[in-house]
Design a protein around this ligand. Structure first.
Ligand SMILES: [Zn+2]
Length: 315
């Protein structure tokens, strides 16, 4: 575990709790739990200034840079950071192979090319997108960022990369104060609850020119979706200002998976933001994503099996 000072508002223990929660409900096993390789410096360099990456990894960031980041440096934090980032790259590769995969961390969308911010050191979404594009594993990526905060770092890093389309659906009045320009931004009003949120996701929002996720998938035609399923849209979240419930979160995740998988698009998921003092409740909230990914996975396998059986029974 990465040591943070007692009372630090970044809920580092949630990651361990999430693992334990998913193991307890039977969703983790030797067949589906993969251990990522720490991301190499060259991999980070696809999205980040090498001087910044090197300064962070070697503990040489200055005090101002650490203050913007919001986390105190330690060797443990550096190791954890590159492993979590490796997890998103691995999830993206697994999604291309199997259709669905989910990291137990990730979604560090406030990290910029040359500096970290808002608890985000390196931008796993941008790194994963640029890595797979550079390897020609995909021609087009769509980043669906539904964390309550705008994905400003991702938007800025990928601004000049037309093969990576950035969608950010976020609370307009929330951090960051100075928003970046995503390929498509959908700012939401404070206090929006399940029904309003799900309506926007499914049917769009006239003011921002978004016509719903299904529509966007048809426009962008991605080979891969990177989905940031931040749970800070929840009513009980300490840093969110929307008013979603657990049931609403579940419907949101289900809707994203259905929209993407219904069009045959692989989806790699990351957990994104989630803040609160009850770390166990928080971990269970993040676990909704993995439960829905597992449900979708089982439904797809059952459908494949029945198709195979039907094909075999043909004369
Ligand atoms: Zn967030």
């Amino acid at each position: 575990m990465t040591p943070l000072p007692p009372g630090h508002r970044f809920p580092m223990p949630k990651f361990g709790h999430l693992h334990d929660h998913l193991a307890a409900v039977g969703l983790l096993g030797p067949g589906n739990l993969h251990r990522p390789e720490p991301a190499a410096v060259e991999t980070l360099g696809r999205a980040h200034d090498p001087a910044y990456a090197d300064a962070f990894l070697s503990g040489r960031l200055d005090r101002d840079a650490l203050r913007t980041l919001g986390l105190p440096w330690s060797a443990g934090l550096a190791a954890r950071t590159v492993t979590a980032l490796g997890g998103t790259v691995l999830a993206a590769r697994l999604a291309l192979r199997h259709g669905l995969a989910a990291n137990l961390a990730g979604g560090t969308h406030h990290a910029h090319r040359g500096h970290g911010a808002g608890f985000c050191i390196f931008n796993d979404l941008a790194v994963a997108a640029l890595t797979l594009l550079e390897e020609d594993a995909v021609d087009q990526v769509l980043i669906v960022d539904l964390d309550v905060h705008q994905g400003d770092g991702t938007a800025r890093i990928l601004r000049h990369e037309p093969r990576a389309f950035t969608l950010s659906v976020h609370c307009a009045s929330n951090y960051p104060a100075r928003k970046a320009r995503s390929d498509l931004d959908v700012p939401l009003p404070d206090g929006l609850g399940d029904a309003g949120y799900l309506r926007v996701l499914g049917h769009g929002d006239e003011a921002s020119g978004f016509r719903g996720l299904g529509w966007l998938l048809e426009q962008v035609e991605p080979d891969l979706v990177l989905y940031d399923a931040g749970v800070d849209v929840h009513a009980d979240d300490k840093l969110g200002r929307l008013a979603m419930t657990d049931a609403g979160l579940r419907e949101r995740d289900r809707a994203v998976l259905e929209a993407c998988r219904g069009q045959g698009v692989p989806v790699a998921c990351v957990i994104g933001g989630g803040y609160g003092d009850d770390r166990v409740a928080l971990a269970q909230r993040h676990g909704i994503l993995h439960e829905e990914v597992a449900r979708r996975w089982r439904a797809e396998r059952a459908r494949d099996a029945s198709r195979t059986a039907a094909a075999r029974s043909l004369p």
